[in-house]
Design a protein around this ligand. Structure first.
Ligand code: S3P
Length: 194
């Protein structure tokens, strides 16, 4: 754990992937285990705009949201080390991808269609899923985005297992990438998550 933190230096661990991939839930737990701060880019965009993402899309449109998303993530990446969860579309922006490459280690949390749909069906705050049949939208996004997400430094499968299991897989992948020794399971080491 200390080795991972040390090898990171000022870089951020950046979680990317589709809506429902588990970026926020896994990111929060990973940060807790690594004793790093956790930042959710969507929450920061909402704070900067003083509006929810749903409201930003409704009042100003997607292009305006994307512009704000790019600026906020560029600013957040200056604040590493941290665990940073990004919205599903963020990594599609070439400038954001380059900034993540320069200031972070990207991890694609990769989940299959069934898992993603199950997870996103629990809440209705995502504007992209409100415009059509969620399965059709998600399939289209997977086709468009998965080849770009595949550019991430690391890819970790986000199966239907407790989040701590995925945190363990992320920790193993990070340790291998950064050349750190074998990791103790996060479950045994982590502090209580709120
Ligand atoms: C989006 C994903 C959302 C949010 C916005 C757009 C996307 O974040 O940024 O609704 O384009 O996939 P999550 O991936 O955290 O749901």
């Amino acid at each position: 754990m200390a080795q991972i933190r040390q090898s990171l230096g000022s870089r951020s661990i950046v979680l990317i992937g589709l809506m429902g991939a588990g970026k926020t839930a896994v990111g929060r737990r990973l940060a807790n285990w690594l004793d790093l701060s956790f930042t959710d880019a969507d929450t920061e965009i909402e704070a900067a705009a003083g509006q929810s993402i749903k409201e930003i899309f409704a009042e100003h449109g997607e292009a305006y949201f994307r512009d704000g998303e790019r600026k906020v993530i560029a600013r957040l990446l200056e604040g590493g080390p941290q665990v940073l969860a990004t919205g599903g579309g963020a990594y599609m922006n070439p400038e954001t991808r380059a900034a993540i490459k320069a200031h972070g280690i990207s991890i694609w949390l990769k989940a299959d269609l069934r898992v993603l749909l199950k997870r996103v069906s629990r809440r209705d705050h995502r504007p992209l899923l409100a415009v059509g049949d969620p399965e059709t939208v998600m399939k289209t996004l997977m086709a468009e985005r998965n080849p770009v997400y595949a550019e991430a430094d690391l890819i970790v499968e986000s199966h239907e297992v407790p989040h701590d299991v995925i945190v363990g897989a992320v920790a193993d992948a990070l340790a291998a990438k950064l050349g750190c020794g074998a990791m103790p399971a996060p479950k045994r080491r982590r502090k209580k998550v709120q």
